[in-house]
Structure formats: structure tokens, C-alpha cells
Design a protein. Structure first.
Length: 202
């Protein structure tokens, strides 16, 4: 029970420390990408809100995808402090759930699996064409490539700019989590959503 409480506290601290900057970046992206040519700020806000309410779910999922992408960038890169020896823990940390030197549980393994699950899930829901014509194997392979490239980018940025540690455990669990997120999205889009559409048409 203590482990569950400590893990929940850890997750909450990660979220609340980064949510404000994430929201700001998401709003900025929505304006700059979709409405950069608009002259009226008020008109742009109304248009975004109208589209969010009336369009199909793909627009809402695009918003959530941008939201989580900025959240991911914040907690993996923008919110990191300088680390003098980024190659000091390539092999020896993050593989298992253990207690650290202070006697606190280290949830890096679970955290890294969960990190990219919402990323690939929201990406495939926001851009269903990525998987709508794919079978399960192709969808898993796409999720694998996206997750691997994303985690390689994050880890190499941490290495180059010395803002974290380059860890194989992070890359492995990030990729596994991304594959799981993509697979769940595939199942939802191909089976659950289609089943619901068939039932509504009957």
C-alpha cells in the first residue's frame, strides 16, 4: 500500500510541475499552426472553440496530441537540469523497481513504459490514416519506429546538452510503452470504434 501511495504521489508531482508550461505551449501551437493568418484574436478563439465542439474527434485528439507532445518535451528536455556526466549510467540504472540510497522507491521502469503510451495512442487517434489501412503487425511496427525515433531523439538531446543521462533502460522501456500505446489505439480504431458505428447504423 505504501508503494502505491508513493507512486501516486510521484506521478502527481510530475504532472503538476509541468502542466502550466504544457498548456501554454499547446495553445501557442494551435494558434500558430492553424490560425497564423487570422487578424482577429477573438475570431481565432471562437473558431478554435467551434471546431473543438463540432468537428469529429480527430481534431480533439490533435489537441490532446499537441498537449502531450509539449508535456513530454517539458519533462524530458525543457525541465531538466545540467548533468555533468550524462554517460555515467548507460547500463546500470532503471531496469528494475528498486529502492534508492535514500530508501525511496525508484519508479523509473514504470515511468518510462508509461511515458510514450499516451504519445503513440494520441498520435494514432489524431491521425488515424497512419493505421486505418494497416494490419496489427504493420501498426505495431509503425508504433515501434515512432517510439524508437522519439526516445533516440530525447536521449541524444540529453547527451549532447548534458541535461540528463543516456540510459539504455529508458530507451527500451520507452519503446515498449510506445508500442503498447499504438497497439491500444489500433484496437480501438479498428475494432471498438467500428463495432460502435455498426451498432448505430442498425
Amino acid at each position: 500500500m505504501d508503494v502505491a501511495i508513493e507512486f501516486a504521489s510521484y506521478i502527481w508531482s510530475v504532472i503538476y510541475q509541468n502542466i502550466i508550461i504544457t498548456l501554454l505551449f499547446t495553445i501557442l501551437a494551435l494558434f500558430s499552426i492553424a490560425y497564423i493568418s487570422e487578424n482577429s484574436l477573438k475570431h481565432s478563439i471562437k473558431k478554435i472553440w467551434h471546431k473543438f465542439k463540432t468537428d469529429d474527434n480527430s481534431y480533439r485528439w490533435k489537441v490532446l496530441f499537441f498537449l502531450y507532445t509539449f508535456f513530454l518535451a517539458r519533462i524530458t528536455l525543457l525541465g531538466r537540469e545540467y548533468f555533468a556526466t550524462p554517460l555515467s549510467r548507460v547500463f546500470d540504472k532503471g531496469w528494475l523497481i528498486t529502492k534508492n540510497e535514500a530508501g525511496e522507491w525508484d519508479f523509473d521502469a514504470i515511468n518510462n513504459i508509461l511515458l510514450l503510451m499516451p504519445y503513440t495512442f494520441s498520435m494514432f487517434r489524431a491521425f488515424p490514416k497512419l493505421i486505418i489501412k494497416s494490419n496489427a503487425i504493420k501498426a505495431i511496427f509503425k508504433a515501434f519506429l515512432i517510439s524508437l525515433c522519439t526516445t533516440l531523439f530525447i536521449e541524444n538531446c540529453q547527451l549532447i546538452f548534458s541535461i540528463g543521462t543516456f540510459q539504455l533502460a529508458d530507451m527500451t522501456y520507452n519503446t515498449i510503452g510506445g508500442i503498447l500505446g499504438g497497439l491500444i489505439a489500433y484496437i480501438f480504431v479498428k475494432y471498438i470504434k467500428n463495432k460502435a458505428s455498426i451498432q448505430q447504423s442498425v
